[in-house]
Design a protein around this ligand. Structure first.
Ligand SMILES: Cc1cc2nc3c(=O)[nH]c(=O)nc-3n(C[C@H](O)[C@H](O)[C@H](O)COP(=O)(O)O)c2cc1C
Length: 257
């Protein structure tokens, strides 16, 4: 075929297009893969941080290695409060389950103090090798949904760590929920009192009395962001109620002795 032939010109242009399309698709796939991996890495980092591994992360520890050696993903049935294998924990996506009628349930209005309307039937939790439990929490903030984790010690009541990894609160105000200084108050606090009733509360900034009998259950609120503090209180109240992780933690406490 002559180099001046129109057919050859079209053929070369066509082949060039095919090669370029394949290259662009491959680049997009690599990018999607990398984005998915980075997202997974962030979640792993958050779970590890909530689970008390912040120092190892700061020391440059390998996140994947720390995660796989210290954390086990498990699903719990929130209604029975027991671990479940009803669905595959590896493919289960709790965020997506919320909008799947088969995998979610409506929260009765009087119990919906976190302002979420619906919750997944199964919660994806992480159990650390030392027995600590890292539990996912979510609820309405002042400006949008907030997603986080609370880590609870083997006694099923002492907080080991607390973090929100996604929210829309205002920088300098509600977004201080992410400030390590504010989060540092949480470890050591007790979620339940001796009778097993929910006792953890967030008081208005400056009203926390470290000498009060209930100091072990009290978190000092955020300065200039009482609304967000109240939202976090609602989230805590819901997720540690009988409709949230209350049954599961009571069951675990009884089993662990
Ligand atoms: C633009 C704007 C953004 C705000 N963002 C927040 C917020 O993210 N969280 C919050 O609690 N309060 C926020 N506030 C303040 C609340 O309206 C309210 O004044 C505050 O929560 C009261 O807290 P205080 O009693 O500690 O002052 C915001 C106010 C304005 C004007």
């Amino acid at each position: 075929m002559s180099n001046d032939s129109i057919l050859k010109t079209f053929l070369v242009a066509f082949l060039l297009c095919v090669v370029c399309s394949v290259l662009v698709c491959m680049a997009a796939l690599v990018r999607i893969d990398k984005e998915a991996y980075n997202k997974q890495l962030e979640i792993r980092k958050t779970v590890l941080a909530a689970g008390g591994f912040q120092q190892q992360i700061d020391d440059g520890g390998n996140i994947d290695e720390l995660f796989t050696t210290n954390m086990e993903l498990k699903l719990i049935d929130l209604d029975s409060g027991e671990f479940t294998t009803a669905v595959d924990s590896v493919t289960y996506n709790q965020k997506e389950a919320v909008s799947d009628p088969a995998l979610s349930e409506a929260i009765p209005a009087d119990l919906d103090v976190a302002g979420i309307g619906t919750r997944a039937k199964y919660a994806a939790v992480y159990q650390a090798t030392n027995g600590d439990l890292v539990l996912p929490i979510r609820g309405a903030g002042m400006w949008g949904p907030m997603y986080g984790y609370v880590a609870v010690a083997d006694d099923c009541t002492t907080i080991k760590g607390f973090t929100f990894y996604q929210h829309a609160e205002t920088p300098g105000l509600g977004a201080e929920v992410d400030n390590p200084r504010w989060k540092a108050q949480w470890p050591g606090k007790q979620i339940f009192d001796n009778s097993g009733a929910l006792a953890l509360k967030i008081v208005k900034n400056g009203r926390m009395d470290p000498n009060a009998a209930d100091a072990i259950n009290t978190i000092d609120g955020l300065a200039g962001a009482t609304v967000t503090g109240n939202k976090v209180q609602g989230i805590v109240r819901y997720w540690f109620s009988q409709h949230g992780f209350g049954k599961f933690l009571a069951n675990q406490k009884a089993k662990r002795g």
